[in-house]
Design a protein around this ligand. Structure first.
Ligand SMILES: Cc1ncc(COP(=O)(O)O)c(C=O)c1O
Length: 346
């Protein structure tokens, strides 16, 4: 293979989802698959994750949820970022709607019918201020939802929030607000059966945040949400591996055929390496379609033309490691890789 390649390991994905599911049981895994499953391939990831123990998906957009429905995925799909005009399509495709505002509720209540009600998860903002009803707006949102539920046009199955993951104390304070909001929803006559708040970081470190479901994203792809512990420490395995061939070899350096034009992050760091077989080579420069590598003191030289270099993933540096070299996080490393690179699912 002479081109860059993204290899998606479904064995590792299966392992991660099963590991996380057993870690948080009896809470369920609502796996976050936003932005094309963090660049890993939406439909393929959902199919494997379902087999491994995920029971629902957090998809972000209604359009992505519809793609999943069209691919035959019948599990609950939760969307929370959409225009008001997309709500009817969400209802038609039985997409669970994350609702923060009265206007959204009115549209859902007007379009939903007792034969096909809007499935609603009401969102309370507990400090992240991304969306969600404020504490002041919450009681009236719940009352209106209860009224529409009585008519049969909506069904409130969930109450949710998104923890900011700043510090464990911030998350605990947010959870206290959340519990108070759930009490208010129940007093209004709602009977939500799915309470969810945490993503990878809270889900891994705090029992209290797990509630009925954890929306695991990055951890399921084998990337740690923490600086420490690493994914390996957490028993998680990399799902995405990016590799490229050596395309040119000289007496003192070689070129590997992948660069920032393929979505590989540039970052100036003396420790940055790629791995070829079991040997490491320092990356000294990244261009649009190639990167320059040189041997470390102990690396065998010359490297073979056509040998494959692991840029990150299984057998190479981790996505978190590459993120740290580039001053960012592993999430950015995996989601930045160009969708135009050849991809194999194995
Ligand atoms: C609402 C929501 N839930 C879950 C996630 C998954 O987060 P993580 O990748 O940290 O697990 C995200 C990601 O930003 C999110 O916005």
């Amino acid at each position: 293979m002479t081109t860059p390649l993204i290899s998606i390991s479904h064995a590792n994905l299966r392992h991660n989802v099963a590991t996380l599911a057993s870690r948080v049981a009896p809470s369920e895994v609502m796996m976050a698959v936003k932005t094309n499953a963090y660049g890993h391939g939406l439909v393929e990831v959902c199919q494997t994750a379902l087999e491994a123990g995920a029971t629902s998906f957090a998809v972000l957009e209604i359009a992505a949820a519809i793609d999943l429905r069209n691919a035959g995925i019948s599990a609950p799909l939760f969307a929370w970022l959409f225009g008001d005009d997309e709500i009817p399509a969400g209802i038609d495709h039985q997409v669970d709607l994350g609702i923060s505002r009265r206007e959204q509720l009115s549209i859902a209540g007007a379009y939903g019918k007792p034969t096909n009600p809007a499935i609603v998860h009401l969102k309370i903002d507990t400090g992240l201020t991304r969306n969600g009803a404020t504490v002041n707006q919450w009681p009236s949102l719940c009352e209106e939802a209860a009224r529409l539920e009585k008519i049969g046009n909506i069904r409130v199955v969930g109450v949710w929030t998104h923890l900011a993951d700043a510090t464990p104390q911030d998350d605990e304070d947010a959870l206290e607000l959340f519990r108070a909001a759930v009490d208010i929803a129940r007093q209004a006559g709602l009977t939500p059966s799915i309470l969810h708040a945490g993503a990878s970081s809270a889900g891994l470190r705090s029992d209290a945040s797990r509630l009925d479901a954890v929306r695991f994203g990055i951890a399921a792809y084998g990337v740690s949400p923490f600086d420490s512990p690493t994914a390996n420490d957490l028993g998680l395995r990399p799902v995405m591996t990016v590799s490229a061939p050596v395309t040119h070899v000289t007496a003192d350096h070689a070129l590997v055929g992948i660069g920032f034009g393929h979505g590989i992050l540039t970052g100036d760091n003396d420790e940055r390496f790629v791995r070829i077989g079991s040997d490491t080579y320092r990356v000294t420069d990244i261009g649009v379609d190639s990167m320059r590598i040189v041997p470390f003191e102990n690396s065998p030289w010359p490297v073979l033309l056509g040998a494959r270099a692991i840029i990150f993933g299984d057998g190479g540096p981790s996505a978190e490691q590459l993120g740290a070299w580039c001053g960012t996080i592993g999430d950015e490393v995996v989601t930045s890789v160009s969708p135009h690179i050849r991809r194999t699912h194995n």
